[in-house]
Design a binder for this molecule. Structure first.
Ligand code: PLP
Length: 365
């Protein structure tokens, strides 16, 4: 049996540190915005090379609050990808903005800069690229477009903690960014959690106010805010994992490179990498014509695999009427051929060889 992610193996390594930190928090009763949240914010800001990092309750909230803080609202168009998790689109809908889906690059599965430029109208206010599966989007081109057309750039970094492009961490490039600490993410909590990053003092102040009931000073409220704070207990766990994040991401890259090397001669397309970007492999996703046969063979051996994402957002029930005229050929084709294999820092080489052996058997039978 090989699961998609092995969170148990990771826990064994950090157990003592986590238990000590949790016990201390309970002893001290510092449950809300306590010393661990403050320390974690400082440590992640330093790690990411960004001026401010503000802990919030989830990645979805991080994106939502970032959009509000950047002044995106009703009637504004926000350009994004349809090949992502639903939360990217939900955040844009929450602020009343108009979702504009554009197509992706077939190599990286990330939003295409050319498609962004074609979709810009006088109503366009922001672009929200997703660094999908841990692969940085083409930020040099996207930053340039946002500058040229005076658009806000809000990065969805929910799958890309530790990824970088041109020596810049994702989350340190746009006007603001949202990270998720959902348990299976590269940096995962033991529950929900999220983070907004920004270099703007104004945006940071706004996020701090929004996450805490619209309040800067206790019991004085300036705007309608939210209850969206990063939990102190989760911050204890995240601090333990943050210390090891480079090692975890390095291990993920090793897994990915071994997969790609072992499958180089097979009739499938392994993930693309270029020398500019550091891919942190939140997922290891290939394209293959015989996806169903591979899935069946892996399932028969109790090996995890998944389709991220089986239905692009513009074809989901929630959006399909609104976008019935929209065709995104690359997105639709990738969605019909993609398959993600088990990956985590604790996947052993022997397991990778076993998985590739099964795929090889299917494709060469
Ligand atoms: C996980 C994820 C989110 C949402 O994060 P939550 O913490 O689950 O709210 C948003 N966007 C992408 C691309 C994600 O993978």
């Amino acid at each position: 049996m090989i699961p998609m992610v092995n969170l148990k193996a990771q826990y064994a390594e950090i157990k003592d540190e986590v238990e000590r930190g949790l016990a201390e928090t309970i002893e001290n009763c510092t449950f809300i915005l306590g010393p661990n949240v403050q320390a974690f914010e400082k440590e992640t800001a330093e790690y990411l090379g960004v001026k401010h990092a503000i802990g919030v309750a989830s990645g979805t909230d991080a994106l939502h609050l970032a959009l509000i803080a950047e002044g995106i609202g009703a009637g504004d168009e926000v350009i994004t990808t349809a090949f992502t998790f639903i939360a990217t689109a939900e955040a844009i809908k929450y602020v009343g903005a108009i979702l504009v889906f554009v197509d992706i690059d077939p190599r990286t599965f990330n939003i295409s800069p050319e498609a962004i430029e074609k979709a810009i109208t006088p109503k366009t206010k922001a672009v929200m690229p997703v660094h999908l599966f841990g692969q940085p989007a083409e930020m040099t081109e996207i930053v340039q477009l946002c500058e040229q057309y005076s658009l806000k750039l809000i990065e969805d970094c929910c799958q890309s903690f530790g990824a970088s492009i041109d020596s810049k961490q994702t989350g340190a490039i746009g006007d603001a960014a949202g990270f998720s600490f959902f348990p299976s993410k590269n940096l995962g909590a033991f529950g929900d959690g999220g983070l907004v990053t920004t270099n703007s003092d104004k945006t940071a102040a706004k996020i701090k106010q929004l996450r805490n009931h619209g309040s800067d000073v206790r019991y004085y409220h300036d705007v309608i805010g939210y209850n969206s704070r990063l939990d102190e207990m989760q911050a204890v766990i995240l601090r333990a994992k943050l210390k090891r994040i480079d090692q975890y991401n390095q291990a993920r890259r090793h897994v990915a490179h071994l997969y790609s090397e072992l499958m180089a001669d097979l009739p499938l397309i392994t993930p693309y990498e270029d020398e500019l970007g550091v891919h942190v492999y939140h997922q290891y996703t290939l394209l293959c014509d015989r996806r169903d046969a591979i899935i069946k063979a892996l399932q028969d051996k109790q090996i995890g695999c998944a389709i991220y994402y089986p239905v692009p957002l513009h074809q989901q029930n929630v959006f399909k009427e609104e976008y019935s005229g929209l065709s995104l050929p690359v997105t639709e084709s990738v969605s019909a051929h993609c398959i993600s294999l088990p990956i985590c820092p604790f996947l052993e080489d022997d397991s990778i060889r076993e998985i590739v052996g099964i795929i090889r058997e299917v494709l060469t039978a």
